[in-house]
Write a protein that binds this ligand. Structure first.
Ligand SMILES: [Zn+2]
Length: 286
């Protein structure tokens, strides 16, 4: 699933291609992609010019004339392309035609991607916490959460911090030496500070590398990201840890695979037995 660096990459690549263009026609082969109702969606966008493209959390935000905003959440498999590949053609869910006759396609195999219009009277994406791109912002978002939830779960909560998903949560916890199941309130201030420093660093590095392509994520020109070559734990189950050579372990937390090094990220006291039992039972691969 595209996370902050992947969506940021797409926003950067779309900007020179479509800012300044005006919607001429919109067709919806799969109307449920839009949350506003097909007719309302089409009527609101026709003849509107795109003035700016931005990103918040994992959402792409198109700013339009009349202070209308359009958000796009790519979810699992959504992508925006100008030239769909042959295999993508049956998965086109939205077709945006511009007044210069160019056409942008929203392709989405799994159909989880969603678009929504935000009139100027509505605050944009009010449920989202701050972007996880600054150390102090991340620290403030995490430090006073007296949460018993695992720290990994807290990192994935978009109301706490926006933009972090499974890949970068696992990578940041590895760099900070924190076991993903550690209850958030038991992570020391010192470790939280370390996590708050590493998480934005990792996200920024991933943006430099145009995101991570594990399966479906593609950049606008269908290119893959390159950050998958820099991952320490995510998707490396059974492979030696880059720091200590202990095999990387995968466990499930809230139905999401979590990857960590049991040596570099020791389980907190009281949890070691449970973790060992879980490992003995064995867990499925990535
Ligand atoms: Zn290690």
């Amino acid at each position: 699933m595209p996370e902050l660096p992947e969506v940021e990459t797409i926003a950067r690549e779309l900007r020179p291609l479509i800012v300044g263009k005006t919607f001429r026609k919109i067709t919806l082969p799969w109307p449920r992609t839009v949350e506003d109702g097909q007719k309302e969606f089409q009527a609101a966008l026709i003849d509107k010019k795109i003035t700016r493209i931005d990103r918040r959390g994992k959402y792409l935000c198109f700013y339009l004339e009349d202070e209308l905003r359009l958000t796009i959440h790519l979810r699992m498999t959504g992508k925006l392309v100008f030239e769909p590949e042959e295999k993508d053609k049956k998965h086109i869910r939205v077709v945006f035609e511009f007044s210069d006759r160019s056409v942008l396609y929203f392709v989405d195999i799994r159909k989880f991607g969603r678009m929504k219009l935000w009139p100027k009277t509505e605050p944009l994406l009010p449920h989202l916490g701050p972007d996880a791109l600054e150390e102090n912002t991340v620290f403030r978002a995490l430090v006073n959460r007296e949460s018993r939830r695992p720290i990994k779960t807290l990192l994935l909560d978009q109301e706490v911090l926006a933009g972090v998903g499974n890949i970068y949560a696992d990578e940041a916890l590895f760099m900070a030496g924190i076991h993903p199941l550690t209850p958030a309130l038991r992570v020391s201030k010192q470790r939280l500070r370390k996590l708050s420093r590493h998480l934005p660093e990792i996200l920024k590095k991933a943006i430099e590398n145009n995101g991570t392509t594990i399966s479906d994520y593609r950049r606008t020109g269908r290119l893959k990201g390159e950050h998958q070559f820099f991952l320490n734990v995510y998707g490396r189950t059974g492979e030696p840890c880059n720091k200590c050579k202990t095999p990387v372990v995968r466990i499930c937390i809230n139905n999401r695979g979590s990857h960590f090094c049991p040596e570099c990220q020791p389980a907190p006291a009281g949890m070691k037995a449970a973790t060992k039992a879980r490992r003995r039972k064995g867990t499925p691969g990535v």
